[in-house]
Design a protein around this ligand. Sequence first.
Ligand SMILES: Nc1ncnc2c1ncn2[C@@H]1O[C@H](COP(=O)(O)OP(=O)(O)OP(=O)(O)O)[C@@H](O)[C@H]1O
Ligand SMILES: [Mg+2]
Length: 458
Amino acid sequence: MDPKGMIQSLYSALEATPDNVPLRLHLAHVLEEAGQGPDALREYGEVVARAPQEGAARLGRGRVLLALGRPEEAIPDLRAAVAAGGKTGEAHLCLARAYLRVGEAGLARHEYEQARAADPSLLDADLAALASGEGPRKVPVAAPAAPPDPDEDERYADDHGSPVPPVAGISPERPKITFADVGGLEGLKKTVRMQIIAPLERPELFAQYRKRVGGGILLYGPPGCGKTYLARATAGESKATFFAVGLHDVMDMWMGNSEKNVHQVFEAARGAAPAILFIDEVDALGGSRREMLHHYRTLVDAFLSEMDGVASSNERILVVGATNTPWHVDPAFRRPGRFDRSVFVPPPDDAAREAILRIHLAGRPTAAMDLRPLSKRTDGYSGADLREVIERAAEGILEEALDGKPERPIGLKDIEKSLREVKASTGEWLETARSYATYSNQAGVYTEILEYLSKKKR
Ligand SMILES: Nc1ncnc2c1ncn2[C@@H]1O[C@H](COP(=O)(O)OP(=O)(O)OP(=O)(O)O)[C@@H](O)[C@H]1O
Ligand SMILES: [Mg+2]
């Protein structure tokens, strides 16, 4: 897969939660694997600054420094990684390599032995030659002692030993917004009614016609056009409980007992049925599994088997995923019973833009005005862009009022002014989408995008 998209998603997820250590750690690792050593170094450094005891970050930074040809600097990190426990086999191995580079053959040999003791599958030709070399083996006393190896299955070991917060504690919501708060997207609302709401409300009817309930729907489309908003409104509309699981929550799970935690989230949703389990940024979860970190792959596999309903039935819960890079979603996610239906959430059309402007003006003092000309002029604006336009217009007036000018309602001129400041954001996405829809080997998945684009041209 294209790691650039994954990296992009991780950066934007981090913008929202800069202190999410597991997430940053994952980003650092992805950068490292993508060969972006200096960037990886910076992110590992950020993690170390926030969580100095984080063995995985010390190991990562040491490994990158070593790869960048800076073994002296790598050594303190690698020693800290060994001391922190966790994946010590690899830490010992890296440390052995670092010692070898700086000419500390004895230390290198000792560390190599420790590495092999922790994980017999670790091999290094140069170090092996050194270890089997003739001459008395000098085992240095100064070398750090190997930490006790807990009996714990290493795959699930929590690297920094802190308790993992209860994941089922992801607070369920009862969204207040309904379809009335969603501007436009009429066709989509109909689809959602048929495919999401009806099966949740009337499972017996669907059973009668042997139409399978469950599975998932993937909402995809440009940023800011209402995927998350629509998912929330769907829950509000159907009075379903809404569980929003973001990438950052998922990454927290990854640090701990991923299988168990994923199971708990699904169980919580099943217990609160009818429920919508909303997974944002599915693309970041669904990158190529082959390239993933082991922990991470375990999480994804756990997630997929929950979706498959292997252990428990998923009737009356619906998994809704969202992504703005559907081309990065692992095809394994699209198999029957998983995200087997994809729904394109397009940029709002004329009527939808007018409705969205109205929705966001509602509740603010507004002069009487015809919004139609505005909706014509805002082709390409996303729902989020339009909200921003209104916010800025309101802000301008607020500033005036704070300056002592008389209070007045939002008028056309104010909106026109902020239209000049806020630019339409969906064009770039549509261009990218066009090339994927035209050239990708999964092109069939994106017919909706192509239809949209050809309709738009006319
Ligand atoms: N159809 C709409 N009607 C009313 N408001 C909308 C609509 N679409 C978007 N908005 C406004 O824009 C905001 C952002 O939309 P939302 O978060 O759902 O976008 P998204 O498609 O999930 O984007 P991303 O891909 O960046 O996650 C919403 O909170 C809402 O205020
Ligand atoms: Mg969203």
